[in-house]
Ligand binder design. Structure first.
Ligand SMILES: NC(=O)c1ccc[n+]([C@@H]2O[C@H](COP(=O)([O-])OP(=O)(O)OC[C@H]3O[C@@H](n4cnc5c(N)ncnc54)[C@H](OP(=O)(O)O)[C@@H]3O)[C@@H](O)[C@H]2O)c1
Length: 324
């Protein structure tokens, strides 16, 4: 099969396409013929050697895909050859064939083509488990999404709105702010405006009940400043660093919850449980067009390096997708 290989850790130029033997599905896995694979920031970190695959995962890049079930393992129960699925994987999606643990595959929501379906799993699994399970976002609450035009951000804004929350989002340019507004958020340009002050002004001093943060570092204490009483801060990225000082009294005085999570190292059972909740709660919204993946650019697999350059450029709004 054709697959993206790496000549070593480094820049996008280490990526090329080569031929490798196709993997064999285990008893509770399926082999999927990949049509499209999403590109995510963690892929860039893995390419740079900063985010190694968890034990047992493929060393090929790629955390999400859409395609057709080719073969089913001996204990397979749900899927049949020919089924159209999208799936979250711990690696291996930048290839013609990829192994998927059965519970991590979902049917393609009706109306989505391969490219849009491949852009769903990573951000929808992440946002569901963090914004709704950990952050406990409720209808009528207010949420601040940092990086509103990231793959994660475009999903979080739409899902927040779809579930009845008022959404605020930060972004680093006027174009990106306009995109956040089109997605349903009130946008804050964090380069020209202090987001703490802006959130407090926009909420009449009350703050927001939930923050989804991909920055960390010095953002932590600023996030705490704009959380409402009983607010929840969910940390899912550390683009601004992983150490900082905070005033713990703020947690006590406003009864705040500080939490966070990673997705990739979770067990198949845990990912399967998120998949079932998504299928029940979010798949109807995708099928009905209430929410949809926002595609920035599509590249053929041979141009995986250009896809990485695009995401690294900081110009992307939404998702970059590779086609096989
Ligand atoms: N924990 C998990 O389970 C999990 C899973 C998947 C992804 N992630 C993390 O989520 C983040 C987003 O991933 P992605 O694939 O969606 O990335 P992406 O599309 O490449 O987006 C990265 C974003 O960061 C924004 N950004 C950088 N500095 C910022 C700042 N100071 N304030 C606000 N936004 C800022 C950029 O927008 P501007 O131009 O507006 O700055 C850009 O939109 C990454 O940190 C990734 O590691 C976590």
């Amino acid at each position: 099969m054709r697959t993206v290989v790496m000549s070593g850790p480094g820049g996008p130029e280490v990526l090329s396409v080569d031929v490798r033997p196709s993997p064999e599905p285990g008893p509770s896995e399926v082999l999927v013929r990949v049509e499209a694979a999403g590109v995510n920031r963690p892929d860039l970190m893995q390419r740079q050697g900063k985010y190694p695959p968890p034990p047992g995962a493929s060393d090929v890049l790629g955390l999400e895909l859409a395609g057709t079930v080719e073969r089913v393992g001996a204990n397979g129960s749900r899927w049949q050859p020919g089924d159209r699925v999208c799936a979250l994987v711990a690696g291996g999606a930048y290839a013609e064939f990829c192994i998927v643990p059965e519970p991590q595959a979902l049917p393609i929501p009706s109306g989505l083509d391969w490219v849009h379906a491949a852009a769903v799993p990573e951000t929808y699994f992440t946002v569901w488990t963090n914004l709704f399970q950990r952050g406990r976002l409720q209808k009528g609450e207010r949420v601040l999404v940092h990086g509103g035009t990231s793959g994660i951000g475009t999903t979080a804004i739409q899902l927040g709105r779809a579930f009845g929350a008022q959404v605020f989002a930060t972004a680093g340019s006027e174009d990106k702010c306009a995109a956040c507004e089109r997605l349903g958020a009130q946008a804050i340009n964090y380069r020209t405006t202090d987001f703490v002050q802006a959130v407090l002004e926009l909420t009449g001093g009350a703050g927001v009940e939930v923050i989804l943060d991909i920055i960390g570092g010095s953002y932590l204490s600023r996030n705490l400043e704009c959380l409402a009483r009983d607010g929840r801060l969910v940390q899912i990225g550390l683009q601004g660093g992983n150490r900082t000082d905070i005033n713990l009294a703020t947690l006590m005085q406003r009864r705040l919850t500080l939490t966070g999570s990673t997705l990739r190292p979770r067990t198949v059972e845990e990912k399967g449980a998120i998949a079932r909740e998504l299928e029940a709660n979010v798949w109807p919204l995708l099928a009905g067009g209430t929410v949809k993946p926002w595609i920035h650019a599509v590249y053929p697999i041979e141009r995986a390096a250009d896809a990485h350059r695009a995401l690294e450029s900081g110009e992307v709004i939404g998702k970059v997708v590779l086609t096989m």
